[in-house]
Design a binder for this molecule. Structure first.
Ligand SMILES: NC(=O)c1ccc[n+]([C@@H]2O[C@H](COP(=O)([O-])OP(=O)(O)OC[C@H]3O[C@@H](n4cnc5c(N)ncnc54)[C@H](O)[C@@H]3O)[C@@H](O)[C@H]2O)c1
Length: 260
């Protein structure tokens, strides 16, 4: 018996990184997985990988910031699998720069995809989730809890996701729909590729991002996927409205010192 046998799980942004690992893990645990992804090539590849290993999956091309596309994705999910047990709001982008030169267009893009996408997908899935109870997991970030210079839009979008989590949890608890957030530390995924490409000293970035975690490594997508699996499974039926920080201890430290 697997932890997610019979579950239907939608993972947004499941073509890469944390979302892809979550799709693969939840499929291995018995779920039928909807890969809701804006990039058709990556989305198709993720769904095919699940099918090739004997799991159940369908790719549905979806821009989470597009209301009509989200509605169509939910309709297709219900036509294909009949119900929705869990939604993982994972799709996200990170555009950064000093606020005084940060364009309105970039601000809107970050907020519309990261926060707006979580709202649109949750709103569209809730009627189905309420039918038998279920779970939503919002992939926020340690950026929800700390200020990072040059990351106003990203920080605000992730802080908004944590607030959205609490509101949705309160609104949907009577229908046994649990809503939780995860705040990951630095995870090795392609999200960082464009930052690293601009960096003159990649080794320094490697060291800083590793050493800012007391456990002395960056996370891997599986670290987050396992937390998602827990929060959508029947192992967490009394957990709602909370934030699980999965950050190698980053948030627990005030400053680093060594007694070595
Ligand atoms: N990597 C990290 O260090 C880290 C840390 C904290 C939080 N996160 C969050 O985790 C989530 C996943 O990030 P990742 O690191 O796996 O990045 P990633 O770039 O590897 O994956 C993000 C996926 O989302 C998809 N996507 C982007 N815009 C979309 C849209 N409008 N509609 C649907 N899909 C869209 C991309 O095509 C991509 O497949 C993001 O919300 C990110 O903010 C990442």
């Amino acid at each position: 018996m697997n932890t997610l046998d019979g579950h239907v799980v939608i993972v947004t942004g499941a073509g890469s990184g944390i979302g892809k690992e979550t799709a693969l893990l939840t499929a291995r645990e018995g779920a039928s997985v909807v890969v809701a992804e804006v990039d058709a090539k990556k989305g198709t590849a993720a769904a095919n990988e699940i099918l090739a290993s004997g799991g159940q999956s369908v790719f549905i091309e979806t821009d989470v910031a597009d209301e009509d596309a989200v509605a169509a994705m939910v309709t297709e999910t219900l036509n294909t699998f009949g119900c929705i047990d869990a939604l993982v709001n994972n799709a996200g982008i990170d555009l950064e720069g000093p606020t005084t030169s940060f364009s309105t267009e970039n601000w809107k893009q970050v907020i519309d995809i990261n926060l707006g996408g979580a709202f649109l997908c949750s709103r569209a899935c809730l009627p189905a989730l309420r039918r038998q109870g279920g779970a939503i997991v919002n992939i926020a970030s340690v950026h929800a809890n700390f200020g990072f210079a040059g990351a106003a839009a990203y920080d605000a979008s992730k802080g908004g996701m944590v607030s959205l989590t609490r509101s949705l949890a309160m609104e949907n608890a009577p229908d046994q729909v649990r809503v939780n957030a995860i705040c990951p530390g630095y995870i090795d995924t392609p999200l960082w590729d464009h930052f690293l490409a601009q960096e003159s000293d990649p080794e320094k970035i490697d060291r800083i991002t590793r050493d800012s975690h007391p456990l002395r490594r960056r996370g891997i997508p599986l670290d987050i996927a396992q937390a998602v699996r827990f929060l959508i499974s029947n192992e967490s039926t009394w957990i709602t409205g909370t934030t699980l920080v999965v950050d190698g201890g980053m948030g627990a430290q005030f400053f680093q010192r060594s007694f070595d």
